[in-house]
Design a protein around this ligand. Structure first.
Ligand code: COA
Length: 145
């Protein structure tokens, strides 16, 4: 098993995994994929995460692990990789929207906030504007340096 930056060849498999996990992928562009990571084993993608850098903030998105490989710490590793990368860019806080993983993120330092409390750049992301239902929970985690 290894965790690495996604390559352009991973794109169809990332989209397939996101679909399998019920997450949107329609807005993902090659530019977004520069900040996507994958966990692979024997060439198969088991998990992924993406980060959109938006001003001094980042949107953590597309955290997904193949249902056959859950409860092994893969999502925790992927989220940490994305956060460490954000911190290396002096990003102040990471934001996300989730329908199903509030408790997962709550245990990892994220706090629920109102959508309108998120920075303007984050609110402008397509995931925020149109892809995630208004009922999804918005969470934030400040990064310390
Ligand atoms: C949410 C999601 C990404 C979690 O993936 P995961 O790989 O199962 O997550 P992890 O294994 O890192 O953590 C899950 C639990 O397994 C536990 N765990 C980790 N390693 C373990 C191991 N070796 N053995 C047993 N349990 C383990 C963790 O402690 C964690 O429990 P906790 O949340 O109570 O602390 C996955 O369920 C998913 O893809 N959901 C659908 C998509 C989604 O909702 N994504 C979030 C929105 S962006």
């Amino acid at each position: 098993m290894h965790l690495a930056l996604a390559s352009s060849m991973d794109e169809p498999w990332i989209r397939q995994l996101l679909t399998l996990c019920g997450l949107p992928h329609e807005d993902i562009t090659p530019e977004h994929l520069r900040h996507f990571w994958v966990i692979k084993e024997k060439g198969e993608i088991l998990g992924t995460v993406g980060l959109e850098i938006l001003g001094c903030s980042a949107l953590l998105r597309s955290l997904a692990v193949d249902p056959r490989f859950r409860q092994r710490g893969f999502a925790s590793e992927l989220a940490k990789k994305a956060e460490d990368y954000a911190a290396s860019l002096n990003i102040e806080a990471v934001y996300l929207l989730t329908m199903t993983a509030e408790s997962f993120f709550g245990k990892r330092g994220y706090q629920k906030i109102g959508r309108i409390s998120a920075p303007t750049e984050i609110q402008g992301a397509t995931e925020f504007r149109s892809l995630c239902p208004a009922s999804s929970v918005c969470m934030a985690k400040p990064l310390s340096f």
